[in-house]
Ligand binder design. Structure first.
Ligand SMILES: *Cc1c(COP(=O)(O)O)cnc(C)c1O
Length: 191
């Protein structure tokens, strides 16, 4: 379970760290760079997960602080990440984000393009461990979780990043391996 700490401050995060929780999620590179270097220094083996849209020009900074990137959604970014990861000799685990609902405003690879995109990632030697989705609002998330499970099996990846505060039980039914829980842990976000 990833505790999604975006918008929350160090004082809100510390109790979880002291309790022993180690997986945390953020959706902005800049915010992560402000909050996490010190915490990662103090609490060894924290795993930080990038969950939000990643601009290519921020890939360099993302690679410095994150251990997982859940939002790989285009080839230009894949190229840039591969360069940065190999130059800095990092071991970052990557999820390909899939736009299952075909929503224009959401990023992600179209389901039909997944196999080809995955092959490109392999040739760039990216360590792709799974797929990720954010289901469209107002529809039954199970339909999308089911689709992601099928897609994930098709390319034989072992990890699935799906399920948030409101739908994590459904996500578990379809074999999610990474739940991303924010509100359910930290309470409502005010900004
Ligand atoms: C904010 C966020 C979450 C957590 O959402 P909650 O509804 O607060 O649990 C999960 N995944 C992504 C990609 C997010 O941006």
């Amino acid at each position: 379970m990833i505790a999604v700490s975006k918008t929350f401050k160090e004082q809100d995060i510390l109790p979880l760290l002291d309790y022993g929780h180690r997986d945390f999620g953020e959706n902005k590179v800049q915010e992560a760079l402000l909050k996490w270097p010190n915490l990662k220094e103090k609490y060894k083996n924290v795993k930080l997960h990038m969950l939000g849209k990643l601009q290519t020009n921020k890939a360099k900074f993302a690679v410095e602080i994150f251990d997982y990137i859940h939002s790989l959604d285009n080839l230009k970014l894949a190229n840039k990440l591969a360069n940065e990861i190999h130059n800095k000799n990092k071991k970052i685990k990557i999820f390909i984000q899939i736009n299952l609902g075909g929503e224009e405003q959401k990023s992600g690879i179209a389901p039909n393009d997944l196999e080809m995109f995955y092959k490109s990632c392999l040739s760039l030697k990216l360590n792709v461990v799974g797929t990720m989705c954010i289901p469209p609002e107002g529809q039954d998330p199970k339909l999308f979780f089911k689709d992601l499970l099928i897609l994930n099996n098709k390319i034989k990846l072992s990890e699935i990043s799906m399920g948030m505060t409101n739908d994590y039980l459904d996500a578990l039914e379809y074999k999610s391996t990474f739940l991303r829980i924010g509100t359910g842990i930290f309470g409502k976000r005010t900004n």
